[in-house]
Unconditional design. Structure first.
Length: 389
């Protein structure tokens, strides 16, 4: 065989070998494709149709006059009569919140809280009473808003996937419930029959108009099974806290109560019951069902007794403060579950929360902010899981 023939023969064999390699490679690809995505060691195999659940951290916070200078913060607080916007924004960021429902916000124009949040993350935006890392707008099913009953918002957490945030700020027309109870204790007019006393208290309270108006705005979402959340400062106690068990052995809500009768009675407060009867759940009480061990007081952090415009917190010059859980995060919807919840508040060792003779805190929040606390309410932080069903 000539040299030229030998070269042609070698090239022909190399071509046939390459064709066999390509065919083998294509066969492997076809087999792998037919089997689907390969599973690596230590990696869970997931269906192509699966959708990762969404985790949302929602913070409910009364920001006290929009973070502007306020005396109610406490006379010995470093923030007394000073702007608190930066600390409110810092708190939101420290809590790694995705959505924040606020009560007592101020104008959205040149909002210093929003400016501070956007300085750290440009995704932050605001509509109405909600700050959000996701686009937030008006709830299309509730175009008319009432600042007292509720402000309705829609948040787009994923393209085309929405949650609905309603923020309420109720004002009782016939007095704050625990104050009504306290006056009966002071006057010695508490009935021996707990049921009769409950009826007396509830009869003297405001009508359920505000509750029903708020519920009416939520109802389209509840009926449709949407992921919906009700947040706010409700200025009312919860029937989930004022239970028979708490009445037997819960801590006295009246700080330094001068009477021999602890402020703890079983009362089915109308507001909270309206929403649980409608199918909503209380995030904090879902995680901490026992109000005796976890009272969850959001009203109010300790302050100096000489603070202008506020009754004494403790001591013998009362009547002193009544502690209660009046800020709630309620939720409902298909595929919505709560993973964790906590009260967020002051570091009780900060000197502004201490006074002469006050050494032991009445209540310690689950999460303590490391700076001066910027509100007269504690907040509530809850983490939710939202999955498609």
């Amino acid at each position: 065989m000539s040299s030229i023939e030998q070269i042609h023969d070698r090239l022909s064999r190399m071509q046939r070998y390459s064709q066999l390699q390509i065919a083998a490679f294509l066969a492997c690809v076809m087999v792998i494709t037919s089997l689907g995505t390969p599973v690596l060691q230590g990696q869970e195999r997931k269906s192509d149709a699966s959708v990762e659940p969404t985790h949302l951290r929602i913070l409910n916070l009364n920001i006290l006059q929009g973070g502007n200078p306020a005396r109610e913060i406490g006379r010995t607080s470093p923030l007394y009569r000073k702007p608190r916007h930066q600390h409110i924004a810092k708190l939101i960021l420290q809590m790694k919140a995705d959505i924040v429902g606020t009560t007592e916000p101020r104008s959205i124009d040149n909002d210093p809280i929003l400016i501070e949040l956007q300085r750290h993350d440009s995704k932050w935006n605001r509509f109405g009473k909600v700050y959000s890392r996701f686009p937030v707008s008006a709830d299309p099913l509730n175009s008319k808003n009432s600042s007292r009953d509720s402000i309705a918002h829609r948040v787009e957490i994923v393209d085309g996937k929405f949650v609905y945030i309603h923020v309420a700020h109720w004002w009782p027309s016939n007095g704050y419930g625990p104050d009504v109870v306290m006056k009966h204790v002071q006057a010695g007019t508490v009935d021996n029959d707990p049921k009769k006393f409950e009826e007396k208290v509830l009869k003297s309270m405001s009508t359920p108009g505000s509750y029903n108006l708020t519920l009416r705005r939520l109802k389209p979402h509840l009926d449709a099974g949407h992921a919906v959340f009700l947040l706010g400062d409700f200025n009312e106690s919860s029937h989930l806290d004022w239970t028979e068990e708490y009445a037997r052995r819960g801590p006295d809500r009246w700080v330094d109560n001068p009477t021999k009768m602890p402020l703890r009675f079983p009362i089915q407060w109308r507001g909270s019951k309206t929403f649980t009867d409608a199918g909503m759940r209380d995030a904090y009480r879902t995680i901490f069902p026992n109000p005796v061990t976890h009272p969850g007081y959001t009203w109010t952090p300790p302050y100096d007794n000489g603070t202008p415009g506020r009754r004494p917190y403790d001591g013998d010059k009362g009547p002193n403060q009544i502690l209660d859980r009046i800020d709630w995060v309620m939720f409902a919807g298909k595929g919505v579950s709560v993973k964790s919840a906590a009260t967020v508040g002051e570091k009780f060792t900060n000197k502004e929360h201490l006074s002469e003779g006050r050494r032991k805190p009445v209540y310690v929040p689950e999460i303590q902010y490391d700076g001066p606390w910027p509100s007269d309410h504690r907040g509530v932080l809850a983490t939710f899981v939202i999955s498609d069903e």
